[in-house]
Write a protein that binds this ligand. Structure first.
Ligand code: FMN
Length: 453
């Protein structure tokens, strides 16, 4: 589903808020988008002729479910399926993203938001970058881009990941790295780009496994791009460095200024009347796009050791540090095994709670109920000291240039199968941990009119 198809769908569902008055991308637009967080927005006049701006496109799990043609519990299985079975995407001619070709581009004509007065500049925040590694093939990932000139960005390129390793190889061979930056990508492409499959696995083949993702050959670089994007910025990552930041990160706290690679843009292609996707840093879209693609990797790891039913990366943990894993328990050790596997499935995970399949992993009160009624800290708590962890956790040990380290904790909040002396509890004893349910009843026989639940 392309971005504009999603917006049309959201409008049809009565979910889209359209703002017709002129809104300035410098500071004003971010304030409006922040105040209306959680709903899809369309700014029809971003004071950049020809463009519109969409926000809030990925702000709720339901939107991912709609875009993938599934329901909420169906999201993780769909992602696992796609991760396990990537499909090479087809090429198409006459791509929508190339309806207009500008060979003398000016980034100032785009509605690139400056979010806060302290930002280093206007920032592209929903940029999906396509590059090619000479050994590993195509890599697709997000990179925030600070505009530093009419044709230049400084890009945050995290060390050791796909773009960084390919760039190092290109620079060692004495050249820059060709890049195609996709703006207004379809939601399933955003999801695939946010995944970190094994090096060499093509994220666009994961996208194709999620939903049709026809590709187009870029105009000025030797790369292919998702044809249904709104716009593509084509150019090169150079060996030159420039300051990137300040900017707020997932934690909604200031990230430091770093010397980062400069990207030069040589050509812009776009649809007629393109829509720019603005993603609020630290907002719901940012958090969901970070966390949701880790749910299938945890699911996959836990499935190796137990019967995993679902995984939820919870919003309270910045959609990054905390997860709830739901299992159907088949042996006394399954909870502990699931904890260990979850940490393998998402290396930045800090705390995990494992629950049985009668507990909704997406309902914080239900998870807390399981901890309250099934968990004993001296028996069911696993603590791991001094582990490699997430640099996004301000309480971790953070030494510049080194991997962050922190303690990690797993809570096995599943029904215990053994008592304190190691005796296996009978099925009847274990059933005693289930919530007692009332039989449903037809209230219309007792009360006239509708009843609020
Ligand atoms: C909204 C969003 C913004 C991101 N911004 C950056 C960024 O600025 N720089 C970066 O290196 N990674 C960023 N990431 C993470 C990369 O997309 C992620 O690390 C990617 O999956 C790396 O994959 P790779 O190892 O295949 O290159 C961001 C992710 C999301 C969801």
């Amino acid at each position: 589903m392309s971005l504009r198809d999603f917006l049309a769908w959201a409008a049809g569902e009565g979910q889209l808020t359209t703002i017709h008055r002129p809104v300035n991308p410098e500071l004003e637009m971010a304030r409006v988008a922040h105040a209306l967080e959680g709903r899809p927005l369309l700014f029809t006049d971003p004071q950049r002729p020809g463009w519109q701006v969409a926000a809030g496109v990925c702000a709720r799990r339901e939107f991912f479910a709609w875009a993938l043609g599934t329901d909420l519990p169906g999201i993780v299985p769909r992602l696992v399926e796609a991760l396990n079975n990537p499909v090479a995407p087809p090429l198409m001619a006459d791509a929508p993203c190339q309806q207009v070709v500008e060979r003398a581009p000016n980034l100032g004509a785009l509605p690139i938001l400056k979010h806060l007065p302290g930002d280093g500049g206007p920032y592209v925040t929903a940029a999906v970058a396509v590059i090619r590694d000479p050994d590993l093939g195509r890599n697709v990932s997000f990179h925030r881009l600070m505009q530093i000139g009419p044709r230049a960005f400084s890009a945050r390129i995290v060390e050791g990941r796909g773009t960084d390793t390919a760039l190092r190889k290109a620079l060692a061979a004495g050249r820059g790295l060709e890049i195609a930056i996709c703006l207004g990508a379809p939601i399933h492409v955003l999801l695939a780009a946010a995944m970190s499959p094994a090096m060499g696995v093509d994220e666009l083949a994961i996208a194709q496994a999620l939903a049709p993702t026809p590709l187009a050959r870029a105009v000025s670089v030797d790369l292919e791009v998702p044809a249904e994007c709104e716009a593509i910025l084509e150019g090169r990552i150079t060996g030159q460095l420039a300051g990137e930041g300040p900017f707020i990160d997932l934690t909604e706290t200031w990230d430091v200024v770093r010397q980062q690679p400069v990207i030069e843009i040589d050509c812009i292609t776009h649809r007629r009347s393109p829509i720019y996707h603005a993603l609020l840093p630290g907002g719901l879209e940012h958090r969901l796009l970070m966390g949701l693609p880790r749910e299938p990797t945890i699911f996959r790891a836990v499935s190796e050791v137990a019967d995993c039913r679902n995984v939820s990366i919870t919003p309270g943990g910045m959609s990054w540090l905390h997860a709830v894993v739901q299992i159907a328990k088949n042996s006394p050790d399954d909870g502990r095994l699931a904890i260990e596997a979850a940490f393998q499935g998402h290396r930045s995970l800090k705390h995990v709670v494992v629950v049985d399949d009668d507990v909704d992993p997406f309902d914080p009160a239900a998870v807390e109920w399981a901890i309250a009624t099934r968990f004993q800290a001296d028996r069911d708590l696993l603590v791991y000291e001094d582990q490699p962890s997430s640099s996004l956790d301000p309480s971790a040990k953070l030494v510049p240039g080194q991997k962050a380290r922190s303690a990690k904790m797993g809570l096995d909040a599943t029904i215990p199968w053994l008592d304190s002396r190691g005796r296996r509890l009978s099925q009847l004893e274990r059933d005693g941990f289930h919530k007692v349910r009332y039989e449903p009843i037809d209230l219309s026989q007792y009360i006239d009119g509708s009843v609020d639940a």
